[in-house]
Design a protein around this ligand. Structure first.
Ligand code: HAM
Length: 433
C-alpha cells in the first residue's frame, strides 16, 4: 500500500497563489498595456535574476523591515548568501553598475517579488510588480516623466479612484540637520508616549512619521516637516516637479509625512493610493529618486528614479471599480467535424492549417456527436463554427456559421483562413481596436 499523501504539502504555500486562465488573461492585458506605455516613454525591458547576493539588498544603512525582517534569504550549496528579490530597484542598479550601459538608462520590468509578510488581501509573500527605472540623469524633468508614465498607466486601465501623493526626502545636505531636529522633537515627547515610541525614534525617527498608531498622531502631526528644511537645491528641484505636474494637469497632493519603505530615497518620492481599497493596502504603486545606490554598490555616483506597481493590488482595485479588460474567449473558430471517423484526419488538418495561419481554433476530442460538438462550440465563446460536412466536402468547401448573427454560408476550403482574417479585421475596425 502506498503511504497516504499529505494533501497540505501539495497546495501553494501560504501567501502565494496560482493564476489560472481566464484570470491570467487580465494579467496578460495588464502587462501588455504597461509594456506599450513604457515603450512610448522610451523604456526597454530589463530582466534580472530572481535571486541576488544578499548584499545587493542588505546594504549598510538599509534598516527597513523589508530588508531586515522579511527577506527570503538562504545559503546556497556553494555557501553563498543569497536572497530572493524583495524589491526591484537594487537589482536594476546592480545591473547598471555591472554593465555600464550608456545613460540615460531607461528600463522597465515585470517580476515576482518575495517578502515574508503576514498575508492578507492585497499583501502576499510573493507578489508581482511592473516597474520602471531611469539612471544617470538627475533632472526634475525625469521625475515628472516617471510619475507621468505611472499616472497614465492607471488611467489606461480605466481606474479613476487613484490619488497621487508626493514628497521630497531632501539630499545629503539637508537631511542630517532635519533628522537631528526631528529626533529631538520626538524624544521630547517620548516620556509621555512610552518605550516603543522611544525605540522607534531611536532606530529611525523618519519611520515614526508614517506610523498609524492612534495615540501618537497628535505628536506626529505637529512634528517638523522635512519639506520645510530642504536645501536650496532640493527645494528648487521639488518646486519644478510640482510646477511641471501642474502644467501637465496631473493632480497630486503634498504628503510631507510620506515615508516610503526603503532608506535609499533622496529627493522626490511619490505613491499612488486607491481610494477603492482598504487603507492598510491602498498603495497600488510608489517610488522615488535614489542618489546613492550606485555608489553603495561600488559604481560611480549615479542618480536614479523609478517606481514599482503591485500587479495584484491594481487588479483588486480594477475589480472594485468594475474596470479592466474582460477575459477574452479562447477561440475565434470552433471546428465541428460532421464527417465523423472518416473525416477526423481532415478535421485535424483543417484545425492545424488555421492555427498555423494565426486563427485561434478550438475543437473537441474523441468521437463526439455533432450535437455535442455544437454545444461545446457555444460554450467556448467562439465567434464562428466551421462545419466539415459530407455535402460541402464534395465541393471542397466548409459551412461557416456566425454564432452571433446566426448567419450561415459556404466558404471554399482554400480561401478559408483569409476569409476569417478579413472578418476579424472588420470586427476589430467596428470595435475601434
Ligand atoms: P514598494 O512600495 O515596496 O516599492 O512596492 C511597490 C508596490 O508593490 C507597492 O505600492 C504595492 O502596490 C506592491 N506591493 C509591495 N509589497 C506587496 C505585498 N507584500 N503584496 C502585494 N503587493 C505588494 C518598491 O518595491 C520600490 N522598489 C519601488 C521603487 C522603484 N522605488 C524606486 N524605484
Amino acid at each position: 500500500m502506498p503511504e497516504p499523501v499529505d494533501q497540505s504539502r501539495f497546495r501553494a504555500p501560504v501567501g502565494t497563489h496560482d493564476v489560472l486562465p481566464p484570470e491570467s488573461d487580465r494579467w496578460m492585458a495588464f502587462v501588455a498595456t504597461f509594456a506599450e506605455r513604457a515603450a512610448s516613454y522610451g523604456f526597454g525591458l530589463v530582466l534580472t535574476p530572481i535571486f541576488e547576493h544578499l548584499e545587493v539588498f542588505q546594504r549598510v544603512g538599509e534598516s527597513t523591515d523589508v530588508v531586515r525582517k522579511e527577506m527570503y534569504d538562504f545559503e546556497d550549496k556553494g555557501g553563498r548568501r543569497i536572497a530572493l528579490r524583495p524589491e526591484g530597484t537594487a537589482p536594476v542598479v546592480r545591473a547598471f553598475v555591472q554593465h555600464h550601459p550608456p545613460v540615460p538608462w531607461k528600463v522597465w520590468y515585470v517580476a515576482p517579488h518575495f517578502r515574508y509578510e503576514r498575508p492578507q488581501k492585497g499583501r502576499y509573500r510573493q507578489h508581482w510588480q511592473v516597474g520602471a527605472e531611469v539612471l544617470g540623469v538627475d533632472d526634475p524633468e525625469v521625475d515628472v516623466e516617471v510619475i507621468a508614465l505611472a499616472h497614465g498607466f492607471y488611467r489606461a486601465l480605466g481606474l479613476e479612484n487613484v490619488d497621487l501623493v508626493i514628497n521630497s526626502m531632501g539630499d545629503e545636505h539637508s537631511r542630517p540637520a532635519y533628522l537631528a531636529l526631528l529626533r529631538e522633537y520626538l524624544l521630547d515627547h517620548a516620556a509621555q508616549l512610552g518605550d516603543t515610541f522611544r525605540e522607534r525614534v531611536e532606530a529611525n525617527p523618519l519611520r515614526v512619521l508614517d506610523s498609524k498608531v492612534e495615540d501618537w498622531q497628535d505628536v506626529i502631526e505637529r512634528a517638523p516637516q522635512l519639506t520645510a528644511h530642504l536645501s536650496d537645491e532640493s527645494r528648487e528641484s521639488f518646486e519644478i516637479v510640482q510646477r511641471r505636474l501642474d502644467e501637465l494637469g496631473i493632480r497630486y497632493e503634498l504628503a510631507p509625512r510620506l515615508v516610503r519603505g526603503f532608506d535609499y530615497y533622496t529627493g522626490t518620492t511619490f505613491e499612488f493610493q486607491s481610494t477603492a481599497l482598504d487603507a492598510a493596502q491602498n498603495a497600488i504603486g510608489g517610488g522615488g529618486r535614489y542618489g546613492k545606490l550606485a555608489e553603495e554598490m561600488g559604481g560611480t555616483p549615479t542618480s536614479g528614479i523609478g517606481f514599482g506597481i503591485g500587479v495584484e493590488r491594481v487588479l483588486i482595485a480594477c475589480e472594485a471599480e468594475g474596470v479592466g479588460a474582460p477575459p477574452s474567449p479562447r477561440a475565434d473558430v470552433f471546428v465541428v467535424n460532421a464527417l465523423h471517423e472518416a473525416g477526423s484526419a481532415e478535421a485535424g488538418r483543417l484545425v492545424y492549417e488555421l492555427r498555423e495561419n494565426g486563427v485561434r481554433v478550438e475543437r473537441t476530442y474523441g468521437d463526439r456527436s455533432v450535437k455535442a460538438q455544437f454545444k461545446a462550440a457555444d460554450r467556448s465563446g467562439a465567434r464562428w463554427t466551421v462545419v466539415l460536412g459530407a455535402d460541402e466536402a464534395t465541393r471542397n468547401a466548409v459551412n461557416v456559421k456566425d454564432l452571433r448573427s446566426g448567419e450561415q454560408l459556404e466558404v471554399g476550403r482554400e480561401g478559408l483562413a483569409e476569409w476569417l482574417e478579413m472578418r476579424r479585421d472588420e470586427d476589430d475596425q467596428s470595435k475601434g481596436t
